[in-house]
Design a protein around this ligand. Structure first.
Ligand code: C2E
Ligand code: MG
Ligand code: MG
Length: 606
């Protein structure tokens, strides 16, 4: 295909899909959407720039491109601005070899970008922004493709200018107010237009994995205004409210009047959910200032409901009704406030509910598993023990970790059965490993939740499991956290003493995260202290962590306890812990938690 033919095919395609009354955002979406299908690039993005204003129309063919566009806007640096200012293309066939935009380069390389080709969107001497073509492989863009891209950028510029002119005309004409898409009283987009915009925004958000939010605004006691001042003042108030709302929102947002005293704001591209709340604050603040109307000074307040969609495929059809629901919650709470429904929260709750429902049968269906993480001697590195860690292999949701399972199990009381299953399975597995490696003693660590530990029958249950599985009690260490003695320290002391009488050892897990009262260490029958991984992670970064770790180790040794460092991830951390005299280490640096068979291999290979 010759260059001219390629260009004309692209232009035809672009023009055909470009409806004459497309709004600016749709034009840009169309541009980046089509161009990736035609040119040899990974993704494309475009930003419109107006002198002296924040860039506010951005389009991107995918999430990565959106990130690169935003990066440039945030840093105020990059090929996009350079092409816009110079009016000439900026070609970077290999980002590694180009140091014109050092800050953009650093962020972009890290995100996987290797080449970028930027074309200014020109119209005569004016420039409207720039089109960025991104590629994740280095290499030049051939001349024909460059020409095509530049032509497309210029054509898109013409469409955008057209759309701007059209907007200006429409806005100034009476037609605007009578239009079927606008509210006659306030001139704002009406319900019909709002739904159109919402549809488009939803599609865009799904594609670019961005977050959408809707603010639903309802004036409190608007009826009182109508009743006491008459409808003319009521109408004046609504017009004034519309103006203030328009002042409060950002350039790319849409504010519409849904009916009566109901308004909605649609925000796209809210990367940070808290900004939606900021906007709600601003709106409530704007409306709090009394309205000077022709025959009255009127004060109003409003109830604002906010709903966020989760990013990407979680953008919901129900966003508007959720915002509406949130607004009613605000109203029920007395009005003059805003209320939030966060769909991401709701998704989490829904997931939790369904897991709650599935958990009781999980053990019976054989979905629970144990992973074992070796515990090694700090000096020498031999495996001295293993910790059993619970996993749930859920048929639909994949592998679920203990941070989800344990709280669910605790709330439902299932923790007792699950805990017993864990202990029994871990004993069986440990004994098999021990049988296969008779020359090294393997200490088994099993976590115990306070909810099981504090039950009267816990000690008996442990004893039964040890007998049934023929496990010597001194091979077992039960790991407990400090929460155990916070609730009822007198009882905790008795329980731990009873367990000690069985012959099992007790470890204090995650040491340093709770109240860490050092007196507890002395008071309670604790054999092992496990230093929480947050302190280990900061070794070498925060001097205070090294000091804390040092003093924990010293104190533990003074009291005759053994110390384990959790979460050892690097050689440096290991070295430092060795220098400090830490007895045992556990962490990804040595091994991740693994199925019992993998651990068997590892023990055999030694
Ligand atoms: P834990 O007892 O402190 O277990 C250590 C956790 O740290 C494990 O997470 C382990 O995978 C993780 N870990 C180990 N090395 C590293 C490392 O180098 N870096 C990092 N970032 N993490 C590391 P996991 O398996 O998700 O378990 C989380 C917690 O859930 C456990 O913390 C324990 O408190 C609890 N848990 C696990 N299994 C059970 C169980 O059967 N019963 C009860 N009651 N709790 C359990
Ligand atoms: Mg543990
Ligand atoms: Mg721990």
């Amino acid at each position: 295909v010759g260059q001219d033919e390629q260009l004309s095919a692209v232009l035809c395609d672009f023009a055909r899909t470009m409806l004459t009354d497309f709004p600016i955002q749709s034009i840009l979406d169309q541009l980046v959407g089509r161009i990736v299908g035609i040119l040899p690039i990974t993704s494309a993005g475009v930003t419109l720039i107006a002198p002296g204003r924040e860039p506010h129309f951005i389009a991107a063919s995918n999430e990565a491109a959106l990130r690169y566009e935003r990066l440039q806007t945030e840093l105020d640096e990059g090929p996009c601005l350079a092409a816009y200012h110079s009016g000439s293309p900026v070609l970077i066939p290999d980002l590694h070899l180009d140091d014109r935009f050092p800050r953009f380069r650093a962020g972009a390389l890290e995100a996987g970008l290797r080449a970028v080709f930027t074309f200014p969107m020109r119209h005569g001497d004016a420039r409207l922004g720039a089109l960025d073509l991104y590629r994740e492989a280095a290499g030049p863009l051939d001349e024909a493709t460059s020409d095509t891209a530049q032509t497309l950028a210029d054509v898109a510029a013409a469409y955008v200018l057209n759309a701007r002119a059209r907007d200006a005309v429409v806005r100034s004409s009476d037609h605007y107010r009578e239009s079927a898409l606008h509210d006659a009283l306030t001139g704002l987009p009406n319900r019909v237009l709002f739904h159109q915009r919402l549809d488009h925004a939803t599609q865009r958000a799904r594609r670019s994995h961005s977050v959408l939010s809707i603010l639903f605004i309802d004036l409190d006691r608007f009826k009182d205004v109508n009743d006491s001042y008459g409808h003319r003042i009521g109408d004046e108030l609504l017009m004034a409210v519309a103006q203030r709302l328009q002042r409060a929102i950002r350039a790319g947002d849409t504010v519409a009047r849904m009916s009566g005293d109901e308004f909605v704001v649609l925000c796209e591209d809210l990367d940070d959910a808290s900004r939606g709340e900021l906007l709600a604050h601003r709106i409530v603040g704007e409306l709090a200032v009394p309205f000077h109307l022709s025959e009255a000074l009127v004060k109003v307040t409003a109830s604002v409901g906010i709903a966020y969609s989760g990013p990407g495929e979680h953008v919901s059809e129900h966003l508007l009704s959720d915002a509406d629901e949130a607004m009613y919650q605000a109203k029920r709470a007395g009005g003059d406030r805003h209320q939030l429904i966060d769909l991401r929260e709701r998704t989490r709750t829904a997931t939790r509910r369904s897991l709650e429902y599935d958990l009781p049968g999980a053990a019976a269906r054989g979905e629970l598993r144990l992973a074992y993480q070796p515990v090694v001697r700090t000096r020498g590195g031999e495996i001295a023990g293993l910790e059993a860690l619970l996993r749930w292999d859920h048929p639909h949701r994949g592998l679920i970790g203990p941070d989800v399972i344990i709280p669910l199990a605790e709330q439902s009381g299932l923790i007792v059965d699950i805990g017993r299953w864990v202990l029994a399975q871990a004993c069986v597995d440990r004994n098999r490993l021990q049988h296969d490696s008779p020359h090294q003693a393997l200490q088994l660590a099993v976590n115990a939740s306070p909810h099981e530990l504090m039950r009267p029958e816990f000690q008996r249950s442990v004893q039964e499991v040890l007998m049934e599985t023929a496990t010597e009690p001194d091979a077992l260490t039960l790991e407990v956290t400090e929460t155990v003695y916070l609730e009822d320290s007198v009882r905790a002391l008795l329980v731990l003493d009873d367990l000690k009488k069985l012959g099992v050892s007790i470890a204090l897990d995650d040491f340093g995260t709770g109240f860490s009262s050092l007196t507890h260490l002395q008071q309670f029958p604790i054999d092992v202290i496990k230093i929480d991984r947050q302190f280990i992670a900061q070794l070498g970064h925060a001097p205070v962590s090294a000091a804390i770790v040092t003093s924990i180790i010293d104190l533990a040794h003074t009291l005759g306890r053994t110390v384990v460092a959790e979460g050892v991830e690097t050689a440096e951390q290991h070295e430092q812990l060795a220098a400090l005299g830490c007895d045992l280490c556990q962490g990804y640096y040595f091994a991740r938690p693994m199925p019992v068979d993998d651990l068997a291999h590892r023990l055999r290979d030694r």
